[in-house]
Design a binder for this molecule. Structure first.
Ligand code: HEC
Ligand code: HEC
Length: 284
C-alpha cells in the first residue's frame, strides 16, 4: 500500500481495489454459518467433491469405509455445528488419519466454497434421529466376554485380548452393517490397525506366516511391515520383530485370523445383541 501511494496512484484506485478484493474473497470465516445450508444444488456439488476427496475413507454415500467413520450418523464425535465441521475438514484431526485440506493427495485442496458444499451434502444425507438400537446390549456384553469368545482377541474398554483390533470405538465409526459383515465375512475387508506417525495409512491386519532360521513356524497378524522387516503378533500375543532376509520363508495372506462366525455358531439375534453392545460403548 505504502509503495503504491508513493507512486501517486489516486486514492480512488486504491479504494476500488480494496472493494474488489473484499468482493472476490467472500467472508466464509469458519465461525460463520453455512451460506449454502439446505441448498439442494450445493449439496449436489458437494456430493461430487465428496466422492473425489473423502469417499476413499468415508465410503460412498458417506456411510463409512475402511478408514473413516460413517458421517451419516446424527451423533458425531468431533463435530456438532457446521462451523466445527468446517474446522475439522480444513485442519484435519491431529493424531488420526483424517487429513487437513490440501494434504494426502487432495491436490491443491478445496476452496472454502467447496468445503461448505461438502458440509451441505453431509447434512443432506444425515439420518435425522439416531437409529433405534435394536438388540440387547447387556446380553451382547455377556456373549462378547463369554460364549462368543470375542474378548479372546479383542479389547473393549481395557478388557480382553490383543490379537485383533481394539473395539471400544468401533461402534462409533463403523455402521451396524459393516460390523455384522466383519463377523460373518472377516476376510472380505480386513480392518486397519493403528496409524504410525511415519506412515500415511495404517497397516492392514493381514495374516503372516513365517519360518524362522531355526525352522520354527509362526503365524500371526501384521502390525507393521516395510521392505526389510516385519513386526507381527501371534495367537499367544507374542510380538516378533523379524528381519526378512534372515527368514527361511515369508508368506502373507488376506485370510483373516478371525474365525468366520456362521449363523449356526452365532445366531443373527445374538450377533445383533453384540452389535448393540459395541454401539452402546462406541456412543460414549
Ligand atoms: C485418509 C482418510 C480420510 C480422508 C481422505 C478423509 N477423512 Fe474424514 N476422517 C477420517 C478419520 C479416520 C476420522 C475419524 C478420526 C477419529 O476420530 O479417530 C475422520 C473424521 C471426520 C469427521 C469428524 C466425524 C465425527 O464423528 O466428528 C468429519 C466431519 C470428516 N472426517 C469429514 C471428512 C471430509 C468432508 C473429507 C473430504 C474432504 C474427509 N473427511 C476426508 C479419515 C479421512
Ligand atoms: C481368534 C481371534 C478373534 C476372535 C475370536 C474374534 N476376532 Fe474379530 N478380529 C480378529 C482379527 C485378527 C481382526 C482383524 C482382521 C479382520 O478385519 O478380519 C478382527 C476384526 C474384527 C472387526 C473389524 C474391526 C474394524 O476395525 O473394522 C470386528 C467388528 C470384529 N473383529 C468383531 C468381532 C466379534 C464381535 C467377535 C466375536 C463374535 C470377534 N471379532 C472374534 C480376531 C478375532
Amino acid at each position: 500500500m505504502f509503495l503504491i501511494i508513493q507512486r501517486r496512484q489516486s486514492l480512488l484506485t486504491l479504494v476500488c481495489a480494496a472493494i474488489l478484493l473484499a468482493a472476490s474473497t467472500p467472508a466464509y470465516a469458519a465461525d460463520d454459518h453455512n451460506p449454502y445450508a439446505g441448498d439442494a444444488s450445493a449439496a449436489k456439488a458437494g456430493e461430487y467433491e465428496f466422492r473425489i476427496n473423502c469417499a476413499l475413507c468415508h465410503g460412498l454415500g458417506a456411510h463409512g469405509g475402511g478408514r473413516g467413520p460413517d458421517l451419516t450418523r446424527a451423533q458425531k464425535r468431533h463435530v456438532h455445528s457446521d462451523a466445527e465441521m468446517f474446522q475439522v475438514i480444513s485442519n484435519g484431526i491431529p493424531g488420526t488419519v483424517m487429513p487437513a485440506n490440501g494434504t494426502n493427495g487432495q491436490g491443491v485442496g478445496m476452496t472454502d466454497e467447496e468445503i461448505w458444499q461438502i458440509i451441505t451434502y453431509i447434512r443432506s444425507v444425515e439420518v435425522k434421529a439416531p437409529a433405534n438400537a435394536a438388540g440387547s446390549a447387556a446380553h451382547g456384553k455377556e456373549l462378547f466376554y463369554g460364549d462368543a469368545n470375542c474378548s479372546l482377541c479383542h479389547m473393549v474398554e481395557g478388557k480382553g485380548g490383543r490379537l485383533g483390533p481394539e473395539l471400544t470405538a468401533v461402534g462409533g465409526s463403523r455402521t451396524k452393517k459393516a460390523m455384522i459383515d466383519s463377523v460373518r465375512n472377516p476376510s472380505r475387508r480386513l480392518a486397519w490397525g493403528l496409524t504410525e506417525a511415519t506412515k500415511e495409512f495404517p497397516q492392514e491386519y493381514e495374516t503372516i506366516t513365517v519360518v524362522m532360521a531355526d525352522g520354527k513356524q509362526v503365524k500371526g497378524v501384521a502390525l507393521n511391515e516395510d521392505n526389510f522387516s516385519v513386526q507381527m503378533m501371534d495367537g499367544d500375543e507374542q510380538i516378533y520383530l523379524l528381519e526378512k532376509d534372515k527368514l527361511r520363508s515369508f508368506q502373507k495372506s488376506r485370510e483373516s485370523m478371525m474365525p468366520t462366525y456362521s449363523p449356526n455358531t452365532l445366531s443373527d439375534k445374538d450377533l445383533e445383541d453384540i452389535v448393540a453392545y459395541l454401539t452402546s460403548v462406541g456412543a460414549k
